[in-house]
Write a protein that binds this ligand. Sequence first.
Ligand SMILES: NC(=O)c1ccc[n+]([C@@H]2O[C@H](COP(=O)([O-])OP(=O)(O)OC[C@H]3O[C@@H](n4cnc5c(N)ncnc54)[C@H](OP(=O)(O)O)[C@@H]3O)[C@@H](O)[C@H]2O)c1
Length: 287
Amino acid sequence: MKIVVFGSDGQLGTDFVATVKRGGEDCVPLTVEDVDLTDVPRVEDRLRKVRPHAVVNCAAFHDVGQCEEKPDLADAINRDAVGTLSRLCSEIDAKFLTISTDYVFDGTKIEGYTEADSPNPINRYGVSKLAGERLALTNNPKTFVARTQSLYGVSQLRGKKTNFVDLVLKLSKERDELKVDQCRMAPTGTACLAENLYRLLCSDRYGLYHMSCQGATTWYEFACKIVEMIGAQVRVTPVANDFFPKNFRRPDNTYLINQHLAKIGLDFMPTWEDSLRQYLTARGVLV
Ligand SMILES: NC(=O)c1ccc[n+]([C@@H]2O[C@H](COP(=O)([O-])OP(=O)(O)OC[C@H]3O[C@@H](n4cnc5c(N)ncnc54)[C@H](OP(=O)(O)O)[C@@H]3O)[C@@H](O)[C@H]2O)c1
């Protein structure tokens, strides 16, 4: 398969490109320097010239606070560009895989969210991503939308500078205490996510999927587990979810359940603990 990957140097994009190359695919990785997704004529030109069998969109504007400040840019990248890509894929008869987020939900459900639950985003990021999902599924019948959450990967997290695991690794050397909130989710490593996305892309089971690691936890418990695994001495203290002021509303519980993936026999996501262990090993922190 000839696969074009947008956002190829992001956290997920980096692991996805490595995964499809290992699978022997003809991969065309594109960064924002190669093609800015808001430059529609350039996107059209590139896809018409390359004529890929599949387009994978790992690009996004996902700094949630910045999305509140720059809603037009959030809409341009997370909604309109996804609309453009899916329309073009339909024209050239290509598969389209785009990544979405747990932030399409309001976080009020006590149990986890399945694909059957109604989205109700409570911030501009979530609104723009949900609009992108809907355009993608409408424009091209060969679309996969994969909602995921709380990502960390070996490539530096470009949008936010550092991911949560690396932040805990760094701060546990510098501080005596870490204060961490208790929003509930499933932290997900981009290495295992990329592999599961690739399996899905190789199928023809188009539609909407949740794809995160197995098992729910909180950011507080996640930090405790990182500290335990690396044997750091830092104290981890749970704080209320609104302890750190933000300029956006944050959903409290967005744990995703991979119900559709399980139904089609393609849920190979590990537990969040195994994914963390794999990441710390890849980072050279665990042997
Ligand atoms: N990170 C999370 O915790 C999380 C949670 C749920 C869902 N997601 C979704 O997962 C996907 C991957 O996220 P990630 O963590 O891998 O993000 P990331 O590391 O920030 O990567 C995003 C990539 O998109 C590129 N990009 C931004 N604007 C662009 C534009 N206008 N044109 C072309 N490329 C552009 C970025 O380039 P520059 O850095 O050079 O701007 C970067 O390479 C996104 O769809 C995100 O919404 C992420």
